[in-house]
Unconditional design. Structure first.
Length: 254
């Protein structure tokens, strides 16, 4: 009987030791949480590295999950970082992958991605009724390298400066116009002056003279309004004109 008990004790010890070793092989210094099978560690965990630099350091290979990754901030640190969202379906079939923005209650605020299945369109939508803004710092531009199509009954609002006062200095460079539509409300003297922006091919500028006197309009230095380089033209009170630059020097009034 004593021999049987000794064998049982040895067997239990081997089992317990083996189980403990397996735990340590799976999680170095890991400890099972009380009442559960979950394992935790207070140290960094490395996969493919013996020197993890973060809480979880995946040195090589891929990370696959069927659940949700929740994080306050995700940083991709690489010489050529690429964030890829790959749909399990082919393009034009049933691709409906997208990036969502949700509020604290879980409601979707907007998304960027495929609008519906069966096409290759990308859609950016604000579902809360607010605006979508694109801004650059300094003199940057937003460039569109494709056709721009507006939905029916949707309009493009351009930049407008109203209530402007023409410069009494009456020299080129004075009264600089910076908007696409410029309303001159005050023109005290004949030939008080405004100056168009520097010509850029395709740029349109509207000048409205609601002042009391004839307005003098100069091009930017080196540009031409049609009367010669750096030569001004005039606009009668109560009139308006639209200039279109067909290259980076010349304007045409239409």
């Amino acid at each position: 009987m004593k021999r049987v008990n000794l064998i049982l004790v040895i067997a239990f010890f081997v089992f317990a030791t083996t189980a403990g070793m397996m735990q340590r092989l799976r999680w170095l210094d890991g400890t099972p949480q009380a009442g559960s099978t979950a394992i935790y560690t207070q140290h960094d965990v490395g996969i493919g590295t013996t020197d993890p630099q973060e809480a979880l350091d995946l040195a090589s290979g891929n990370l696959t999950t069927t659940g949700t990754i929740t994080s306050g901030d995700i940083t991709i640190f690489e010489a050529t970082p690429i964030l890829v969202f790959r749909d399990s379906n082919s393009l034009g079939a049933a691709s409906v992958g997208f990036i969502e923005w949700r509020d604290s209650g879980g409601g979707r605020a907007g998304f960027l991605g495929n609008n519906t299945s069966g096409n290759d369109d990308l859609y950016w939508k604000n579902e809360q009724g607010g605006n979508i803004g694109i801004e650059t710092t300094g003199g940057g531009e937003v460039q569109i390298f494709a056709k721009l199509q507006m939905e029916n009954d949707r309009l493009i609002a351009v930049d407008v400066n109203a209530g402007l006062t023409a410069s009494t200095t009456q020299e080129q460079g004075q009264g600089a116009l910076t908007a696409q539509v410029n309303e001159i409300a005050t023109c005290v003297n004949v030939n008080d002056t405004v100056t168009l922006p520097t010509a850029v091919a395709g740029l349109k500028t509207v000048v409205i003279n609601n002042g009391a006197q004839t307005l003098q309009i100069f091009p930017a230095s080196g540009d031409n309004l049609g009367a010669g380089v750096d030569t001004s033209t005039t606009l009668a009170s109560g009139s308006n004109v639209q200039y279109v630059s067909y290259d980076n020097t010349n304007w045409e009034s239409i």
